[in-house]
Design a protein around this ligand. Structure first.
Ligand code: KG4
Ligand code: ZN
Length: 349
């Protein structure tokens, strides 16, 4: 059971503004793990949907509108006041610079005025901490698969903040492949949940789509060819009548191809590094088919392995995992000089 040390924070206010979600959360470290006291997310995704994707300047303007009300609401719902907060955690990067600046500069002002430590968090590392919510937490070593809108990365975690980067996508991320393919099918943004919904009525074997790099002996991914294959299929079929059923079949076939690659490569890493735990993270981890395929594969082939998948609400962007990551990676920065960094990655810990 995790011990809460006297000099460690017990209550953290997390702030996340890397893209088109403005999020704030208050979390508490307890003997059983991290408890969520509030989790507020305002999204401009509906507005972005009108344009078929995120327009950075517009996303930043929406962040500005939401940031103070969202922070206030997170404190109100938690029942705690600013006096009770021991530290502020904020997403430093990666992400859209305009959006990141809103969160980072707000956090710097609050940390300075309220006289609280300020903890910068790498958004990508942060995503994994959606798995460290009470009462269950993973143990080390474990394999982590991050599948978000811009990233597909496999890492071997050795302890908190210490990991080996095993591989990642060479082009499009899995989420990007969902989003871009959805556009080809005239589905709204964000495309992942739309493809998943449509796929429920489709046949995953209807079209034979490629499983890029599935058999290569490394932990890299490539999804842009898969998106191109969907594009070619759409062009080919548009000369005939493309019914809703055909679209559903394409969606199901695409979802099956992405899921196959992700499950296959992750299990290869589990076997190679002989770990007993796997943690998933990022928006695509909210995908039900991915969840089912991972669960079945682990149950049938790796009975000694425990699989952690956060609830869908914690897979997509939120500030709970930012606050949680800060409890376990407590490295306060200078609250006057901290800079947002849109280029942070997992490759340079
Ligand atoms: O982690 P996230 O919320 O934001 C980033 O940090 O990028 O991930 C967003 C991505 C988008 O590509 C979205 O289409 C995808 O996650 N996504 C899904 C599902 N829910 C969100 N993809 C497939 N199935 C879903 N249910
Ligand atoms: Zn994210």
């Amino acid at each position: 059971m995790a011990q809460v040390k006297a000099n460690q924070p017990k209550i953290i206010l997390g702030i996340e503004t890397s893209c088109d979600e403005t999020a704030a959360a208050v979390c508490q470290k307890t003997e059983q793990g991290v408890k969520i006291l509030s989790n507020i997310v305002a999204s401009s995704a509906n507005l972005q949907a009108k344009y078929g994707g995120v327009i950075p300047e517009q996303a930043a303007r929406e962040q500005l509108k939401f940031i103070i009300p969202v922070i206030n609401e997170s404190l109100r719902v938690s029942g705690f006041s600013k006096q009770d907060i021991d530290a502020i955690a904020v997403t430093q990067g990666p992400g859209l610079i305009g959006s990141l600046l809103v969160g980072v500069e707000t956090a710097k002002v609050l940390a300075t005025v309220w006289n609280k430590p300020l903890v910068p968090i790498n958004h990508l590392l942060g995503h994994f901490y959606a798995n460290w919510i009470a009462p269950n937490s993973p143990t080390f070593p474990c394999i982590g698969l991050l599948v978000s809108g811009g990233h597909t990365d496999l890492v071997l975690f050795k302890s908190h903040g210490k990991y080996e980067y095993l591989g990642g996508t060479r082009d499009d991320a899995a989420g990007e492949c969902f989003d871009k393919s959805a556009r080809l099918l005239n589905l709204p943004y964000p495309g992942g949940p739309e493809i998943a919904k449509l796929a429920q009525n489709g046949n995953p074997q209807a079209f034979k789509l490629p499983r890029p790099m599935i058999n290569l002996n490394n932990f890299d991914f490539s999804f842009s060819g898969l998106k191109t294959a969907v594009g070619n299929l759409v062009t080919e079929l548009s000369s005939q009548q493309t019914t809703l059923k055909t679209k559903a079949d394409i969606a199901a076939s695409l979802e099956a191809a992405i899921v196959d690659v992700l499950v296959n490569k992750t299990l290869k890493a589990v076997k190679k590094y002989q770990v007993k735990q796997v943690i998933l993270a990022g928006g695509v981890a909210a995908n039900q088919k991915l969840n089912e395929k991972f669960t079945t594969a682990v149950r049938e082939k790796l009975t000694h392995v425990t699989l952690f998948i956060p609830p869908p609400k914690l897979c997509t962007d939120n500030a709970v995992y930012i606050a949680t990551a800060a409890f376990y990676n407590y490295h306060p920065a200078n609250s006057l000089t901290l800079q947002a960094n849109p280029n942070l990655s997992l490759q340079l810990p």
